[in-house]
Design a protein around this ligand. Structure first.
Ligand code: ATP
Ligand code: MG
Length: 255
């Protein structure tokens, strides 16, 4: 269950699913669907969640992997995997290939002369080659996600590759209320719990942080053997989580 992000979900469906299920819509209008779609945004904003939501509803084969799966020890192993996975996607088409945390292989090529970085570069080159071999009208769609778009090799973002990028924003107040509702749906809440007030307090927090705060509030109740989770539990949990998770990465790095 995803809180907020309706616009984003629709945008992702339009650019990923629609070209597979109703290609004639694009043909009639004379527009080309994107070759690849990149989801980017701060950590914990729901990128992986969106991929799972698409997977559960897609009328296409859904193949999901993480960029870190492609970082292999032996020379040629990573690029071999890329080749195989794209072949699988073609064999099982119509299909959606989702590469989560693509920055693990798609960071700016930092060739430092070690065999490890040479291997990652080689994997990346194979990825670029596979994407170039695609017909955007074809029936394989590639979606990738990252929270470090600033580190991605610009070559990945060129036309014919990940030429559509969709930003996954931090939740707004309404989104935060929905996320709070989703994560507390099985909890016993005291009458004084006010989601609107909580959502205001949690301004600037991600969905992942909100879910951690909710869990922490539950632990406070457990500890005092309480029956219900009160507003004070949530506020205490908020203070605890926010003070532990002092930002270590400047916000500017997510732009
Ligand atoms: N919009 C949301 N609605 C409900 N829960 C959310 C939402 N966004 C994040 N969460 C919660 O946070 C967790 C982490 O989200 P997710 O893994 O999708 O983040 P991400 O954007 O992929 O982060 P990263 O960039 O670190 O990979 C989810 O499992 C979920 O519990
Ligand atoms: Mg993720």
């Amino acid at each position: 269950m995803i809180g907020g992000l309706e616009d984003v979900l629709q945008e992702v469906r339009e650019s990923v699913e629609l070209p597979l299920t109703e290609p004639e819509l694009f043909e009639d209008l004379g527009i080309e669907p994107p070759s690849g779609v990149l989801l980017h945004g701060a950590p914990g904003t729901g990128k992986t969640l969106i991929a799972k939501a698409i997977a559960s509803q897609a009328k296409a084969t859904f193949i999901r992997m993480s960029g870190s799966d492609l970082v292999q020890k032996f020379v040629g192993e990573g690029s071999r995997l890329v080749k195989d996975i794209f072949q699988l996607a073609r064999d099982k088409s119509p299909s959606i290939l989702f590469i989560d945390e693509i920055d693990a292989v798609g960071s700016m090529r930092t060739y430092d002369g070690t065999s490890g970085s040479a291997e990652v570069n080689r994997t990346m080159l194979q990825l670029l080659a596979e994407m170039d071999g695609f017909d955007p009208k074809g029936n394989v769609k590639v979606v990738a996600a990252t929270n470090r778009i600033d580190l991605l090799d610009p070559a990945l973002l060129r036309p014919g590759r990940f030429d559509r990028s969709i930003e996954i924003p931090l939740p707004d107040e309404r989104g935060r209320i929905e996320i709070l509702k989703i994560h507390t749906r099985k909890m016993k809440l005291a009458d004084d719990v006010d989601f609107e007030k909580l959502a205001k307090t949690m301004s600037g927090r991600s969905g992942a942080e909100i879910s951690v705060i909710v869990k922490e509030a539950g632990i406070f109740v457990l500890r005092r053997r309480g029956q219900q989770i009160t507003m004070a539990d949530f506020l205490k949990a908020y203070d605890k989580v926010v003070n532990v998770q002092a930002p270590t990465i400047p916000q500017a790095m997510f732009v």
